[in-house]
Write a protein that binds this ligand. Structure first.
Ligand SMILES: [Fe+2]
Ligand SMILES: [Fe+2]
Length: 243
């Protein structure tokens, strides 16, 4: 048995690492190099958007994934894997545009997973989750569900405050100060905290913010409840759904 003294020595000298896969990837130079390049690209579509797609987004998505999976009773390993999928889900943006970036991210992720202590089955699950993170049209695992949902919860001011485009939409998004997720026995609750004059109809420009939580709730056999500043909103009244 290893003595306390030796263990202590290893911990202090950092030879001993108790890092999860998430921290290991966050310290991977090649990964950080790709992220840095993505952070220098502006993702503008038809003169709109230019939302933040860098490490801040990935880390926030990872925290949401952690929360969702914890609430669903997942074990530590699955949570760690889910958080890794969050770090990798958008790296396909390195190609310079958003088209098919989920597929590109999934392919590029394999390279990073090779160096990680991940089984083939886990790799498959992560690749599938990343491939499906944009639309959630084929949710096949709890990680897949957590990732597509978490990605749509990251709709706070962080995404647009440094945008080169300060149009009505991006200014409105800056009024969303906090987004919380709560999964109970019966409900999946998404709660926004916003500045008072937030115009909720702006979400029509990105209705996935609501249609994806709704889809995830359905997948889990729960009711979807949308709350803004402690008040339940009947989102179907204002949402123009294209499906
Ligand atoms: Fe994405
Ligand atoms: Fe994303």
């Amino acid at each position: 048995m290893v003595s306390e003294k030796i263990l202590d020595f290893y911990k202090k000298t950092s030879v001993y690492t108790d890092l999860g896969l998430y921290e290991v990837l966050l310290n991977n130079k090649d990964y950080l190099e790709i992220v840095r390049k993505i952070e220098n690209i502006k993702f503008i579509t038809d003169g709109k958007w230019d939302w933040e797609h860098g490490l801040g987004h990935y880390k926030r998505v990872a925290e949401y994934v952690k929360r969702i999976l914890s609430q669903l009773g997942a074990n530590q390993r699955l949570i760690d894997l889910g958080m890794v999928s969050a770090l990798l889900h958008d790296i396909g943006l390195i190609k310079g545009d958003k088209k098919d970036h989920a597929l590109e991210s999934s392919v590029l992720s394999i390279k990073f997973m090779k160096d990680m202590d991940i089984t083939d089955q886990e790799k498959e699950m992560l690749c599938q989750a990343i491939l499906d993170h944009s639309k959630g049209s084929s949710i096949q695992s709890l990680v897949g569900l957590a990732l597509v949902l978490a990605d749509k919860l990251d709709v706070t001011y962080h995404r647009t405050q440094n945008s080169s485009i300060q149009d009505q939409m991006n200014k409105e998004i800056q009024k969303i100060k906090q987004v919380d997720i709560e999964i109970t026995r019966t409900d999946l609750i998404v709660a926004y905290k916003t500045i008072n004059n937030f115009n909720v109809s702006v979400l029509n420009n990105w209705n996935k913010a609501l249609t994806i939580p709704e889809k995830c709730a359905e997948y889990l056999g729960k009711r979807f409840i949308f709350i803004i500043n402690d008040k339940e909103i009947d989102y179907r009244n204002f949402l123009k759904l294209d499906n």
